[in-house]
Ligand binder design. Structure first.
Ligand code: CA
Length: 223
């Protein structure tokens, strides 16, 4: 997985680069909007982390030009609090995300993972976690060589968990992302669906992937 970081604050850029390299991403740095756009257009990256305030060309202009050129690469915009409104209005809600500086690295990691998985899904590529494989075109699921048959709802829930693997998901997060109607009142329907998924996904396999985080929600992780 290759990530391009376009950020003129060299300290911030190298901090992010180091952290992502520890997560085994290949990271390239660019320090201005013109160079950043040129590199981003090459098609060799899976994600761009793009600062808003950049020399030569600002981040939103770079983003617009990429969209105009039909480039569907997911973008994570970095913004100062005061710029957030401008940035959010420029994002493609389906493809992009933003992070307000200063941020915790764990938050950046979570966004990066989610955006890369979303990008893979949009390209129709399989989504993988541990020995779990999801085919986003035909909604088929395997663990290792064993196919797991899921209902449409169960598939959506599992795909959401895989896209956000390693992050604790609250019932509200799950409701927002996997159910069409809002969850005003507390309901145990999510727990019921998680139990269905558990039986099918973890049931007879020694390594459990779906875990309960007491008082918080659920997390997909190995062991
Ligand atoms: Ca900047």
């Amino acid at each position: 997985m290759k990530i391009l970081i376009v950020e003129d604050e060299k300290k911030v850029a190298s901090f992010i680069k180091r952290g992502l390299e520890e997560d085994n991403y290949q990271v390239t740095l660019s320090h201005d909007g013109v160079d950043g756009f040129k590199r981003a257009s090459s098609g060799e990256y899976d994600l761009i982390i793009l600062d808003y305030m950049l020399p030569k060309k600002d981040g939103l202009t770079v983003l617009r030009e990429l969209h105009d050129a039909g480039n569907k690469i997911p973008v994570l915009m970095l913004t100062a609090k005061s710029e957030t409104e401008d940035v959010v209005s420029g994002l493609d809600a389906g493809a992009d995300d933003y992070l307000v500086k200063p941020f915790a690295f764990a938050e950046l990691q979570a966004r990066v993972r989610a955006l890369i998985r979303r990008g893979e899904q949009d390209r129709g590529a399989e989504i993988r976690f541990a020995d779990l494989r999801l085919d986003p075109v035909n909604h088929k699921v395997w663990r290792g060589q064993t196919q797991i048959v899921l209902t449409a709802k169960e598939y959506n829930l599992l795909a959401y968990m895989v896209r956000n693997a390693g992050t604790v998901l609250t019932r509200a997060n799950i409701a927002d992302n996997c159910w069409e109607y809002p969850f005003e009142t507390f309901t145990n329907i999510i727990d019921v669906y998680i139990n269905y998924l558990r039986k099918k996904v973890d049931g007879k396999f020694p390594t459990k992937l779906i875990h309960t985080v007491r008082g918080q929600g659920y997390i997909l992780k190995e062991g």
